[in-house]
Design a protein around this ligand. Sequence first.
Ligand code: ADP
Length: 588
Amino acid sequence: MDPLPEIIRQALEEPGSGVLLSFVENVITPFPSSALLYMFHRPVVSQSLPSRLPDDLVEAESLEIKQKDYQEAIRAYRKLLDTAETEMRSLLLQRLARTLRKANRLGEAAEAYRNLENMDTVWLGGLPSDFIARFELCTLAAEQGELSDLKALSFALYRDLVGGRWLIDKSRYLYYSDRCCSWCRESHVQAGEFNHVKVMEERKLALTRAAEAFSSEPIRILGDGVGTYLGFWRSDPLTAVILSEDYLRSQWWPRLVSAQGKDLDSILLSSDGHVLFGSIAIDAPPPFAVAQDIRIDGTYWRIQVWPRNPEAIQTDVRQRQNLFLSILVFVLVLLIFGSYITVRIVRRELEISRMRADFVSMVSHEFRSPLTGIRHLGEMLLDDQTINRTKQHRYFKMIVQESIRLTRLVENILDFSRMEEGRKEYRFEKLNTSRWLIKIIDDFEAEISAEGVTVETDIPDELPLISADREALGSAVHNLLDNAVKYSPQEKVVWISVKALAGAVRISVRDKGVGISEHDRKHIFDRFYRADGEISKRIKGAGLGLSLVRHIIAAHGGKLECESKVGEGSTFYIRLPAETVKGGGSDE
Ligand code: ADP
């Protein structure tokens, strides 16, 4: 036979957990022999007596049973005992004890039983001789009311009976076990000890019944009131292992379903769907149940495992989903935001590079026209000797004006670069607002006199002083006036006015020109910005003027604002803080 698997060997070692049955020529041999409580088949008899008894023994029995001459019978048995062989001695001792008892010689009867108990075991009438002796000793103790003897004897007998010391047949076992139990109770055997044996008896009884059921019909699952037992076997010769449910549940099952933990429930089903083992009986597979068919010894079994708390898993899954979703949304938002920023930066860069290109071409153009003008006028003065003085004077004036324009342009550019680099320095002084402003306007009018444009002014004499950089602030006003003229191609008048406000002076430069759209109004103060309108595009410019004006006004602690309507004209307001002392101030 192959060495037994560890798991089965363990089952055989644990009383009530399993038994190995060998079927040879209608004889069933259990292993270990103590695994079963009784033998449901022909008992295994180790030694037995010859079927025919000797004549002198028959005679002695006749004295005892028929003639009821116990004294004679005792003598006859004793005589026979002197010469009897070992096996016969057991039988004679049993007869002698029995007769002594009938003769009411109880002490001697007990003595005889004790001798019988100590002899080699012989099967007498289907029972082992030592068992008979011990049982009869119990009977004697019970009859004589010797409770302490009965207690010790009956409990020891019961324990050995349950322990599987003798393998007697079923009905005898049930009878003797029952008797032992009654004696134990009667003699007050300690409940703990007694129950221990009783529980063992029940376990072994169930196993024995399962083995008995198996012996009549080998089937895989043995049940029906004895719990669930599994039968494994191989034929020729038929050898079977019967394993108890408890054992399978505690040892085999956890190894089989190694996934089983405190968080998992599982069941084992037979191929016909019968639940063999499991944490709970279920009708339908619970959520997340996993089933696996396994084949053991040619038979299919199904293991089903599922989480004890599926809601926790669902919640966990939902939480993870939410987390992933949030991360996804976050990444998407980040992506969109990043793209938006990138597009903005790229657009801004493109815009700036376009503006720079426009600026360069615009500046070149702006430079070219006064330079060309100066050159032409100079050439005319050189070449034409006949030119009269009035004309000469006009040409020289025009040359001067063009040079001033050029100078302004260069100053604007230089100022712009200084401001960009933060190098622009202002020299503040107290100015008489009206006088300073009138001077600026006069200069401007002189510059544009050729264009036939007039500047209408509204400048009160009494104005608060302002603290300003004469050149810088002058250039700011000049720029505004220049724009007013530039962006009023159809209108030959521009307006400038000053008003004293509470703690401030407000200079307004107004025109009735092309006007500025709302969108452009937001950007005209940005460097290089030029409005999109058709007319504005036709008018030359570098997009620097207003950004310079804003810078200068800010440096003076003032505010630059614009009101405009497309097609109706624009007004730019310079609001400057006024000096507290009125009058005075320098004007040159
Ligand atoms: P430039 O005049 O050299 O283009 P500015 O910085 O002075 O640069 O002006 C920026 C833009 O503002 C101009 O291109 C123009 O479209 C608009 N603008 C400025 N002043 C006026 C005005 N008085 N009327 C209409 N548009 C104006």
